[in-house]
Structure formats: C-alpha cells, structure tokens
Design a protein around this ligand. Sequence first.
Ligand SMILES: [Fe+2]
Length: 266
Amino acid sequence: MSERYTRIAVFGGVYSNHLALEATLQDARQRGAEAIFCLGDLGAFGPHPDRVFPLLWEHGVQVVQGNYDHSIGNDLADCQCGYTDPRDNYFARLSYAYTYGKTSPQYKDWMKSLPQSLRIELGRYRVLMVHGSPRKMNEFLWESTTPTHFLVKLTRDYAADLILATHTGIHWQRALPGDRYFVNVGVIGRPANDGRTNVWYTMLSATSAPHSLQVEFIPLEYDYQRLAQEMAEEKLPVEFIETILTGWWTTCLEILPGKERRRGRY
Ligand SMILES: [Fe+2]
C-alpha cells in the first residue's frame, strides 16, 4: 500500500543549486506540503555539489534517481543527457567532470541506490513519479511535441492517474481524458528559459472527490546573485552564470523543440 497525501510539493533538477533548494524547502513547508519529493538530477551546472545532500536528508525529501544521479553514482563516463551538438557536449563534459570530481563517495553511493520511480496516492489519484518518462529515465517529454494519446497510453500502461516528471527543465501540464494528468514539475536548479531569474517547483493538492486535482506552478525567488558569485569562484563557465543572472539558457539548446526554443533568447 503506497503512502496517501492530500498536499505535496514536487521539484526536479537541483543542478547543485543549494540556495534554491533551501528556499524551496522552506517555501513548500510554509505552503503546507505534507511531503516533499525530488525527481532527480541533483548535480550539474552549479557549485559545491555536496551541499545539496544534507538539505535533502534534513527535510526528509524522497528522491527519484535522475540520469545525472545514475551516471555519477555508477561512475559512468558522461551524464546521459543525450546531446549531439559539439558545443552542448563541450559544456556537458565540463559540468560533469566538475560535479563528479566534487561529489563525495558516500553521496555517490546514495545516488546509486535511489529508486527510478515512486508511487504514492494523492487524494483519489494514483501518482507515478519518474525522472524523464515512465519508460525511459532520460526521455524528453516536451509540451509542443508530446501527443495526448501517448500520455494517455502511459497512464494506462503504468496504471497511474497522474504522472509527474521533470528532465526537460521547463514545467508544463496537460489534463487527459478520464480525470488523468501529466505534469512536468519543472526544475529549481536554473531558470526556465523565460527571462526571469526565479526558478519553478510544483504544489499539488487533491481530495477523494473526482476532478479535485489542483496543480500550482510556484515561482521561487532565491539569492541568485550569491549563486552566480559562488559559480564564478568555482570557475564554472560564464555561459552557465549568464543563465542564472538573466533567465535565458545559453547552452543545452539543441534539445529544445522549435516552439520551446523560439520562446528563448538564443
Ligand atoms: Fe535529467
């Protein structure tokens, strides 16, 4: 029997942004979250990867393994981010080498042990939490390119009324026939390529009544200037710092479908 809740907070993509993580945890508690979930990718772009873990543990956050966590935990050669563009690969390698080198062995072991999915009940809804998609950890499900019939099939195949995922870096949601839903909960590690410096996480509430699901995307302010300063001190790429300071992505752009890319600056 899975755990049952009525109000939860869920986020993805911490990307070593320990300042946003701290702010998210505090904000989620203030908003009455009974439990807090993270859908993976603890490391990447940001500084001091080890600072994330004590916060997750202290707040009892339940964590699903992301592709980054799987790679770091299993000593793989790359992040399994799936880039083919040479420029994106260059930055992905830099970021991965930094994060791998600065993550302590006990945290690597913990990431290796993380589950690839979690199931809970939220009110009347059977919830399945994954990183990319239920069928593949590093599958990108974008709003503009994911057909509704495919999401419906996933809810059927995996016996879920509500599927929660992250991985793409941009939050979105879709109501499906039969009071079912797919929600990309967003990431708290970097802005959503929207020209805003805040990051995004998701609060979800439901009761036992039909159509009672409420999904709220929360814009989360944190000390992004301090994060940028720490990144500079760690000699992380100026391209990553620019994203933190402007809200526009400067790398990992090739993965974006045309519609999502046209919303950004680059
Ligand atoms: Fe990911």
